[in-house]
Unconditional design. Sequence first.
Length: 390
Amino acid sequence: MKIAQIVSTFSPYRGGIGNCVYNLAEVLADSGHEVTVFTPDYRGRFKAGGDSPTAGEGKFRVERLRPLFQFGNAALVPQLFWKLNGFDVIQLHYPFYGALKAVLLKKLVAGRKFKLILHYHMDSRAEGFSGAIFYLYRIFFLPLIIRSAKIITCASLDYVKHSDLKKYYSARPDKFRQILFGVNLEQFVTYHDDLNKKRRHKAILFVGGLDRAHYFKGLENLLGAVAEIIKAPRYRATILDVVGSGGLLNHYKSRARSLGLEKSVIFHDNVDNNKLVDFYNYCDCLVLPSVNQGEAFGLVLLEAMSCSKPVITSNLPGVRSVFRNGREGLLVRPGDVKDLVKKIKIILGDNAWAERLGQAGRELVEKKYTWGQVGKRLDAVCHYVKYSIN
């Protein structure tokens, strides 16, 4: 089966949606499908891995399309209209506003022959001009793409039930399929050395994009929480490792300095996955303090759990369903710095309990969150969509 994956950002850009699509393309290829990923060619922003906009990723093909217009991670790629000829199934990863018009026009022309799966990643929220654009697309284009899709997939039905799709889910729950994300258990492994026992300071880890597109990750609140935590003599030597890069890196560094955290917060950019595994293994806990529904799942939670580390994240739809509160990690009230301080201290203050949470997290990932399982579910959906008669 020829399958197209359409996504707004992709490797080497580090972001949850692109990382997810990379793994989806790989597991579909492992299932015997011919997979092509269509994504904008952000030349000058990311090194695409070669001079050609069309490059292979080993098991699947990547075609990088030169945008007619681009602003940040938004890119208009009308050439998708003719690029999608000959595919059995197309999966569009939403949000990707620059692709919507081409996909909708293709559906209008091809009719029932155009087999579309819409994967809904998250709601789009922003202030000012960007917020107005998101609102217009939500009102005018989202209903059209929903009607055009045979199936709507998502990582969390809990998220969908509280998202911009909630009324569509209420009307047609049969049209939705939950396909959980996964983690590479051979890549994100648990170390069994004794370096953590030799470490004299506590280590908190944050992993996420540091650009405007990822403002919702809540790093500002985490910096404020660390400023409070280190006031206690017991936690004075605590370190926060921030792994990520982006246009707001200097802003966050300045914010850390203003809070007197020069020695307590260490920023690490351009970290590859091999080094990232070290950060997961040599921390006491991962914290993802997202502030709103821009966060829909949190792949970093799975990666940390796969490395047997307890996790702390916000009690938001979708994110809260990744693990069980008090079993593999802890939930905090979104935007509540005091609650964040309290929950981090609970983890840092009880090594034995934190270790049990981490072990339970690894067991949960092995049971529920492998890409092999994801591939089987998505393969079944693709076959259903291809052979549906209407």
